[in-house]
Design a protein around this ligand. Sequence first.
Ligand code: COI
Length: 356
Amino acid sequence: ETFYQPTNNGEASNRETEDIYAKMDWDKLGFDVIPTDYMYIMKSNEQDGTFSNGALVPFGTIDINPHSAVLNYGQGLFEGMKAYRTTDGEVQIFRPEENALRMRMGAERLLMPSPSVEQYVEAVKQVVRANKRWVPPHGKGALYLRPLLFGSGSVMGISPAPQCTFLIYTNPISNIYKGRTESLSLLIDNKLPRAYPGGTGGVKNIGNYAPVFQVVKEAKAKGFSDVLFLDAVEHKYIEEVSSCNAFIVKGKVISTSPTLGTILPGITRKTIIELASDLGYQVKERKISVKELLRANEVFCTGTAVGISDVGSVTYKNKCIKFKTGPDTVTQKLYDLITGIHAGLLEDKKGWIVKI
Ligand code: COI
């Protein structure tokens, strides 16, 4: 159920965002298209690949050449970040340098120039400041930031674009699994893997996502929240859910799949590894077989969009295995910790928070 009527296929001029803003019901946020006031845009220099002259512009459509490398050959990356509102109304972001570095890593893989970490972080700060009113009230969600980097320059043959565009738009959200009041129910479907050795699963390549639409749609039609993918070679080890990393808890040991090229190095993943280790858990990055997963006490997913989501059940070969959820779990402890840091309820002892 949407709570505003988008015109223009969800895009809006600033006059329209005024109307949308006036009608916002912060209690009904999900993961829907909500245009905000400004976006940030910066292009690379065709000669040396450096980025300059970035600017905030009113949110809206962009011109894209039919010859662009992104449209023809999928030369593109995205990032996901959030701006949070604290109880005193301030706005803050979390570990932005990590996203900048991950985008640079992906850009290397797809042969694109990328903004420096400083340029990236500055752009994020500017776009959040410009859209500050769209950061939901404390506890109602967050302003999702979507940095894109894509080959906007024209090519005909299979080659990288001579010019790339870096763009950040923003969109208020609460949870990607909207309307969910229960823990996730995942389906292990070994028909299709998400990523392949030597492929691009380890970077935030735009092309990693559309290939799973079909399998996820089928799973959702059967009532599952999402799909847990297996490795492409042995179909034996768990990899990722369509939009997030997966963890298992067994006693005092917390495990997650290693980032060896087919797993996205999530920033929430990395944060949870550190926080759980600080709490005295033994955290292991290693291959996890389905058999082992099914014997775990708890399973949870991490990602920017999902935050930390507990998994209530995993179904494999028509067998549904249930896991512990609720207040007295390791998952809940980690959830409270990370969400507390994000929203400024807990002290940031690590220098992860950047105030806007
Ligand atoms: C995120 O968690 O921010 C992501 O980028 C996942 C996305 C597919 C929703």
